[in-house]
Each structure stands twice: as structure tokens, then as C-alpha cells.
Design a protein. Structure first.
Length: 457
């Protein structure tokens, strides 16, 4: 049974205003799909028989932004939110497998709906006519199915990014991909080479965050290989190690699925073992992967740069990949050093990464590994709750304090501060100004046992 479709007042206003002016208008696409599925739409799109110039004239008393007049789209700012209004259109040839060379404005809603990607996104609604579904989108929603509108090959040749969108929808919505659409995805996958990497990265992020991510990574690995060819050696690569019952790619898939749906964490799990095949050595039939975290981190850096990820994401992911296999000694001193190295947020993320990695390995040591991770988390909680000192910013003195007491500006300031931090972490000094300055004198005497003119009270 279709859920009642209640439009926001702003959307009702747009539709009514266009209809009053003699034109047809409908809310279309993902917003209608989301309502039918019982979800709150993030965006609202309206299509109309009015040409762009006419739409702008009709809403001249409002804030109108000519977002994409060539493709018939304007944006209307109402109550602090943008609403896209697009003229009914059909598309010409797609020479670049992404954008139509030409568009033709039409007055037929069905023609406009027929150019769209998937049936679940080819739905229209207005209060007067109700729900309009030319291509069986509501049936496919009920069946939890991703199916192209019309000829699947044509849809993907027109816009190859739809290949990634299909995988993203399947992952996020937990929908199956209809067999004909599935075959067309695999047949046309190399067209993704023609798509801007920034657009692919956005779809990859969303795909990785979906509940159905494991099935997509497992069943559509050949599509991902077009985007990230570095994963190819992992597929079917047996690890020959008692810690691992899965091949390198299946382990990666399981690890991605096992971590919480956070963008940084899932990218980390996707890349954490990517260098294993090239780092593989074997002793008496047992596989080893010495140095793979470092090589994996460098590979991840190159891939993320190629896909034009932002600097912050690249830094966070590569750091987590680099340390994902590191041993964490279960002592306050050791955990403080890790906190000083990574910071609280990344330290907690590293423990999440290690937990997901453990869950994707053989079960023989799973219980003990999880216990160790939980013990480390408790130590982190204790250190944070007690506001213990584990970084330079936590020290009770600063570089300015050292300068004020006679230490010349330069590299010595940083060296002394780091040595003081080590003393506090090792509990050889209390973290208060008096004790720290007293220890500065000792440190300098040890550095210059015969001469020290530094003024320390």
C-alpha cells in the first residue's frame, strides 16, 4: 500500500503557482521514492512544462538562481532552502557518457520520465493528479529492485555514472539489482573510465556506507576494479595463514562490513590490506605479509589522491592503514603515547579498525583479540576522564614559559618540551609548573654538564 504523499508547503506553492499560470508541474524523482519508502526526503525536485525563462518570470518576486538554464533548470530559494525546477525535456546524444550534447524541451511528462535512470526514480506527483508511475517504479520499490528505465545499455551509455549510482542505491537501500540491469552494468563498466574521478568518489563513499555493502563489493568487484585497479591482485588471493580463513579480497569485504558506517573507517578497511599480495612471502607453506601496513598506506595515499579526495581524508585514512596492525601494549603509559601520537578521535578510530580487522579473521583468536581491544578502550576512557597529560598541549608549561626563563628560541625548546612530556607520561615528573621547571634544570645539566648559564629559578 502506497504511503500518503504529503508535500511541504513550499513545494505545494511552487506547483500551484505554475499551474495557476497555465503550466503542468510535479514533484519528481528521489523525493517521491523516499516518501513511498517512509523516509524523509533530503531534496525536492519539481519538473514543469514551463520553459526556464517563463519559470523565472513567474517567480520573479522570489530569489531565483539560474542553476543550469542550458538543461532547463533553475533553483528557487524559499524559506532558506533551494528547490530545483526543471523543464520537461528529452536528451540528445551523450558523447562523453555523462552529459547530453543537446536537450529538447517538451510538454509531455512521460517523455521526461522516460529519460531517467531507474524506475524507482521515475515517479511524479502533484496534489491534483496524484501519483504518476509510467514504468513500474512503485512495484519495484515493493520488490526491492533496482531496474533501469527502458533499455539498460542505453541508460548506461548515456551516463556511465549511473553504473555507480545503481551500486550505491543497492547498497544503501538493500535492493537487489534486476538481472538485465546487472548484466548491463558489468558489460558497460569500462565506460566509468570516462567519468570525472570526483563524481566517482562521491558514489564510492555512499556505496561504502550502505548496509548492503558486502554484497556489492563481493558481486561487483569487476566494476570496482575499473575505478581502483589496485584491488585486482587481492581477488582470490589465498593468504595461507592460520589467522585467515578468507582470501585477501573476501577478508577486506568482511572488514568493511564489520566496521561502523563511517566514511573514514570504511575507506580505511577498503585499503588496509591492499598491499598484501605484493608483500607476500612464504615459509614452510605459511604465508607472511611483512611490511604490508606501510606499503598499503602508501598505495591508499596514491589512490585517494588520484580520486581527488581532500587532504584531511587522505591523512586520516593513510594513518589508520599504517597503524592498523600495530601492537598496543595494555598499559596507561603505552596508551598515553598512542593518544599523543594520534589524538583521541583517531585513537578510538584505530581501535574500531582493529576490531573490524579481527572480526574478518579466523575465529581462533577472536575472543582474545576483542578482549585486548576493549581493554585498550577502557584505558583510553580512563585517561580522558582523568584529564591525564598525553600531549604537549596538556603540559602545564609552554615554550613561552621556557623562553621567559632563559632558554633561547629554537629547536632546543621543542626538544625540552618533548622530554618533559616523556617524564610526565613515565610518571617521573608531576604535571605542574614548579616540578616541570625544576626538571628543565636537570635536563639542561645532563645536556651540558660543565656549563649552563640558563636562568632557571
Amino acid at each position: 500500500m502506497i504511503k500518503a504523499i504529503n508535500l511541504p508547503n513550499e513545494v505545494k506553492y511552487i506547483i500551484k503557482t505554475l499551474e495557476t499560470s497555465g503550466f503542468k508541474a510535479y514533484a519528481v524523482g528521489g523525493c517521491i521514492r523516499d516518501i513511498i519508502m517512509g523516509k524523509k526526503p533530503k531534496d525536492w525536485d519539481i519538473c514543469t512544462s514551463a520553459l526556464p525563462d517563463k519559470t523565472m518570470e513567474i517567480f520573479k518576486s522570489e530569489t531565483v538562481i539560474p542553476t543550469g538554464l542550458h538543461h532547463g533548470t533553475i533553483s528557487l530559494l524559499l524559506s532558506g532552502r533551494l528547490y530545483e525546477i526543471t523543464t520537461f525535456r528529452t536528451d540528445g546524444k551523450y558523447s562523453d557518457n555523462r552529459h547530453p550534447d543537446t536537450v529538447s524541451f517538451v510538454t509531455d511528462l512521460k517523455a521526461d520520465m522516460g529519460r531517467r535512470d531507474f524506475t524507482i526514480n521515475s515517479l511524479a506527483f502533484n496534489p491534483g493528479e496524484g501519483l504518476i508511475d509510467y514504468f513500474g517504479g512503485t512495484t519495484d520499490i515493493d520488490r526491492k529492485l533496482i531496474r533501469c528505465v527502458g533499455e539498460a545499455d542505453k541508460r548506461f551509455v548515456e551516463d556511465a555514472l549511473r553504473i555507480m549510482r545503481a551500486l550505491r542505491f543497492s547498497s544503501k537501500l538493500k535492493f537487489d539489482i534486476e538481472p538485465t540491469t546487472q548484466e548491463a552494468i558489468k558489460r558497460n563498466r569500462k565506460l566509468l573510465q570516462n567519468i570525472a574521478v570526483e563524481r566517482i568518489a562521491v558514489e564510492l563513499d555512499n556505496l561504502l556506507l550502505g548496509e548492503n555493502v558486502a554484497e556489492i563489493l563481493e558481486n561487483y568487484s569487476e566494476v570496482l576494479e575499473v575505478v581502483i585497479p589496485e584491488i585486482t591482485p587481492m581477488i582470490g588471493f589465498e593468504q595461507n595463514n592460520s589467522y585467515h580463513h578468507l582470501d585477501a579480497w573476501k577478508h577486506t569485504v568482511k572488514a568493511v562490513e564489520s566496521v561502523s558506517p563511517d566514511r573514514i573507517l570504511r575507506l580505511t578497511m577498503l585499503f588496509h590490506d591492499i598491499a598484501k599480495p605484493q608483500c607476500y612471502t612464504e615459509t614452510n607453506g605459511v604465508g607472511h605479509f611483512y611490511g604490508h601496513p606501510k606499503v598499503s598506506a602508501e598505495m591508499a595515499r596514491k589512490i585517494l589522491r588520484r580520486l581527488k579526495y581532500d587532504t584531511r581524508t587522505i591523512k586520516a585514512v593513510t594513518e589508520l592503514v599504517y597503524y592498523h596492525d600495530a601492537d598496543i601494549t595494555l598499559s596507561e603509559k603505552a596508551v598515553k603515547r598512542w593518544l599523543g601520537k594520534l589524538g583521541e578521535e583517531n585513537m578510538r578510530m584505530l581501535l574500531s579498525v582493529k576490531r573490524a580487522d579481527a572480526r574478518a579473521k579466523s575465529k581462533a583468536r577472536l575472543s582474545s583479540q576483542i578482549e585486548e581491544i576493549e581493554a585498550a578502550e577502557k584505558l583510553v576512557d580512563k585517561i580522558i576522564s582523568e584529564k591525564s597529560c598525553f600531549s604537549l598541549k596538556d603540559l602545564a608549561i609552554t615554550g613561552k614559559d621556557l623562553i621567559d626563563h632563559g632558554i633561547p628560541e629554537g629547536g632546543l625548546i621543542g626538544e625540552v618540551l618533548n622530554e618533559l612530556l616523556e617524564m610526565v607520561i613515565d610518571e617521573k615528573s608531576a604535571n605542574n609548573r614548579e616540578d616541570l621547571l625544576r626538571n628543565v634544570t636537570k635536563l639542561l645539566k645532563n645536556r651540558h654538564p660543565t656549563t649552563s648559564n640558563t636562568k632557571i629559578p
